[in-house]
Design a protein around this ligand. Sequence first.
Ligand code: ATP
Length: 234
Amino acid sequence: MAAIIEIDRLSKQYGSGTKALDDVSLTIDEGEIIALLGPNGAGKTTLISVICGLVVPTGGTVRVGGHDIRRDWRAARKLIGLVPQEIALPPFESVMNCVRFTRGLYGMAPDDAYLERILRALALWDKRDAATRELSGGMKRRVLIAKALSHRPKVLFLDEPTAGVDVALRREMWEVVGDLRREGVTIILTTHYLEEAEEMADRVGVINRGQLLLVRPTAELMGEFGRKTLIIDL
Ligand code: ATP
């Protein structure tokens, strides 16, 4: 399988002196789902932000679809969709307008047939004319995913997609990820929950204090360490 993301010796030191990323290298193949597992402050969001070109690294390189994220950001960002941790949507705008607007930001021609497909896949089609403030938390998260998919990215980043949501909504999110997998979208997600990584990902990367401690196929990880050890070590 072809590599879609190539991360080489990435580091990030914030002005405060915090080493949020420390010599991280990782290659992710097209169509793969990878979970980055780690406690608060481990560096997960920083890693995603650097790959998406939102935070400038102190050292190292990132290539997305062969494009260096710093030298060729415009080409790289077209391949990327990001669902941020915080839910921020214009409250009075309709679901369809939000998604159309985001597509426009990428300079892409309108394609309502494609947007309809996304909204249907995310069970949002019936809500397309609803103002976002009328939606439940789970629906709002799905609108964020629809926005992130609006320009047909090859890679989708989900930063803690199930933080603060109940069990039913977590399962719903797992199902959405399963559907996207069938569409061939590469997904990188962050989580605090081992069972979530286990449920959704092909591979799990354990990150702590800015270091990528290990990356293993999910089944292998469980066999090698067992759930208890991993949780205790984190
Ligand atoms: P969480 O699970 O809580 O979201 P995380 O694994 O995503 O955590 P990061 O948000 O990447 O972790 O933070 C990694 C480290 O970098 C933390 O020590 C954090 O305080 C620090 N940090 C993050 N953003 C900044 C910033 N803009 N300026 C200074 N330090 C930062």
